[in-house]
Design a protein around this ligand. Structure first.
Ligand SMILES: *Cc1c(COP(=O)(O)O)cnc(C)c1O
Length: 423
């Protein structure tokens, strides 16, 4: 057995991990035998911080005690509540506060951004996306194209595909596709990390290429926020959207995030779907007939937001702020690297990893392709306490999350997988 496979080796790695204590701040579901499960689906629904309950209870208490007065007099007043989240969220995605807001859900935000940033004009009306993009993103984009009177099948929707025999896209090929579409290109919209393959895209290079041909560039960061170290402002991305229930641990249906680059902050000529929460704060309650948008991302808000969801997100972002994305990412690279090395030490022909091997080209997730799409393997590891997910047609996704997963989780997972491969 490779020495790295021993529980001693994993214990030493955990011992040396300065972030190991964060695990104690999360509720880890139990496996059937009562032991802690190996929870590798933080890419789908992040675990609940133990502190979340008290953050939500504080709002329930203020509502009971103060009712409508809570808008102004709650410990965290509800009227400006989203502002308590802005700076911490901005730090998670490498943005300025004016570029960041939490609101709505992910796909809703994608629509709102497309309303403002997908404006087909003459020949310039093409959109570049990934083939096999998350279904909701595709539905949103197709419906927006139809809204503008286009037919997605007419060639205006360009779907990038990996080369024959390859599982992931090459940056050079993405850039080439952008340059080929040139002045017909209105929008590039890619994931920061592809949900299926786990590939992280070179957002800086893609943004530069898109801007080089005069296109708008946006990203869906559902699998990147809280996973990668992002620099949205520096990379000059036009807009981005993400959810908070995956790596950001804000709970099911958690309130989502939006980034709009500072250079668009005061462009009030952009078309946008308006509501009172995007209106200038000083005069919002005068309820005048004319919409005066706030500068920055806040100006895209529509409704007064859900306080309980924001309380849950605040509990989680406080933890992120304490841990720091730089330290989390460093641990993440080690944790996923460890997983990769254990997997490559397993002798078998039934599984292969399709996620890129260079740390810069992936987040924490590894996607394991199973030969002949044998779902029995997935069922067997699930029975033994692994919480991973099966994605049709033939992939098991595992995401060791640096906030709450340990090197021992990874070691146990590899051991279980290896024993199940022998069945
Ligand atoms: C998780 C995910 C979604 C989910 O969208 P909701 O609007 O939050 O339901 C959409 N797109 C991508 C890329 C995702 O990973």
């Amino acid at each position: 057995m490779n020495p790295d496979h021993t529980s001693n080796a994993a214990a030493e790695l955990d011992e040396a991990d300065e972030l190991r204590h964060f695990r104690e701040r999360f509720l880890i579901p139990k496996a059937a035998d009562g032991s802690e499960s190996i929870y590798f689906t933080g890419n789908s629904l992040g675990l609940q911080p133990k502190s979340t309950r008290s953050y939500i209870e504080a709002e329930l208490d203020d509502w009971a005690r103060l009712a409508v007065e809570g808008h102004l007099h709650a410990a965290h007043p509800w009227l400006p509540y989203h502002e308590f989240l802005t700076e911490k969220m901005a730090r998670v995605v490498g943005a300025k506060p004016i570029e960041t807001v939490v609101m709505n859900s992910l796909t809703v935000n994608l629509h709102l951004m497309l309303v403002s940033f997908y404006r087909p004009d003459g020949e310039r009306r093409k959109i570049i996306i990934e083939k096999g993009a998350f279904a909701s993103d595709r539905y949103a984009i197709e419906s927006q194209m139809k809204f503008h009177g286009q037919r997605p099948n007419d060639g205006d929707l360009i779907e990038l595909e990996p080369r024959e025999g390859e599982a992931t896209l090459r940056t050079a090929d993405i850039v080439e596709a952008i340059e080929r579409a040139c002045d017909e290109l209105a929008l590039v919209l890619l994931g920061g990390v592809n949900y299926y393959t786990g590939q992280a895209f070179d957002m800086e290079a893609i943004t530069r290429a898109g801007h080089g041909v005069g296109s708008v560039v946006g990203f869906d960061l559902a699998h990147a926020a809280g996973n990668l170290e992002l620099r949205l402002h520096e990379w000059d991305v036009d807009f981005a959207v993400w959810c908070s229930y995956k790596y950001l641990n804000a709970g099911p249906g958690g309130i989502a995030g939006v980034f709009v680059h500072e250079r668009h902050a005061r462009d009030f000529t952009l078309p946008r779907f308006a509501g009172w929460w995007g209106h200038d704060k000083e005069t919002r309650f005068l309820m005048g007939p004319d919409f005066v948008p706030l500068a920055g991302a806040e100006g895209w808000q529509i409704s007064n937001p859900p306080i309980f969801q924001m309380a849950a997100l605040r509990a989680s972002l406080d933890i992120f702020d304490e841990a720091g994305m730089d330290r989390l990412r460093k641990k993440s690279e080690r944790l996923t690297g460890y997983l990769e090395s254990l997997l490559s030490g397993i002798e078998n022909e039934r599984i292969s990893v399709i996620t890129p091997s260079a740390p810069a080209d992936r987040g924490c997730q590894l996607s394991i392709r199973v030969k002949d799409a044998d779902k029995g393997l997935f069922d067997a590891i699930t029975e033994r306490g692994v919480v991973a997910d099966w994605r049709e047609p033939d992939v098991i996704r595992v995401a060791p999350v640096p906030l709450y997963n340990s090197f021992e989780d990874v070691r146990r997972f590899a051991e279980i997988l290896e024993s199940c491969l022998k069945i």
